[in-house]
Design a binder for this molecule. Sequence first.
Ligand code: E4P
Length: 224
Amino acid sequence: MELYVDTANIEHIRYAATLGCITGVTTNPSLLAKEDPSIDVRQRILEIHELIGGHLSVEVISTVTKGMLKEAEEIISWFPQATIKIPIIPDGLSAVKELSKRGIPTNVTLIFTPTQALAANNAGATYVSIFMGRLDDISQNSSDVLNDICEIWDVQECESKIIAASIRHPLHIIEAAKAGADIATIPYKVLMQSLKNPLTDSGLEQFLSDYDKMQTERQKILNI
Ligand code: E4P
């Protein structure tokens, strides 16, 4: 399962890119709005693209097909490798169908049910984003929904790649990987949490202190 970072924060992306385990970035209007309100969206997206190199999803704001297609064209003019993020609404599906005909990759977002995922796949979505945290927020088991979608994908041989999104904690990453999602897109804080373990820290501390002791002993023995 690939790991993307789910943020528009340039410092976080800069650092995440150095880790070697991140192959893409997803953004959305809320993530951009969380940054400095004076940012130029085009410029920020291009900065992110330069840093990460791999997948970058950029979401449209329009809610009608014509507007979505116009925005998609604009984003593609910024950098041709962009993936256009489109909400799972009827107009969105029409836009996905058209973009798919033109060979432009799409990421269908705000998916909460298997039927929404199936419709997006059939319209030609390159990616479908299943929102785990927001399902759990309303007491619907996100793991069950993701497992259902992954099972349908296997049985029906669906082609869209499954992105586990709205990740809130490291357990979501494990659940997504077990279910068979292709990608998990992870907020920076959760990504860093998922790398940490107190046993790693104490183990490393012990290794270094043992090595230090050995060096001191060695110097004594060799009289240096
Ligand atoms: C990513 O594609 C989604 O926009 C994002 O994961 C949503 O996360 P949230 O539910 O934490 O806002």
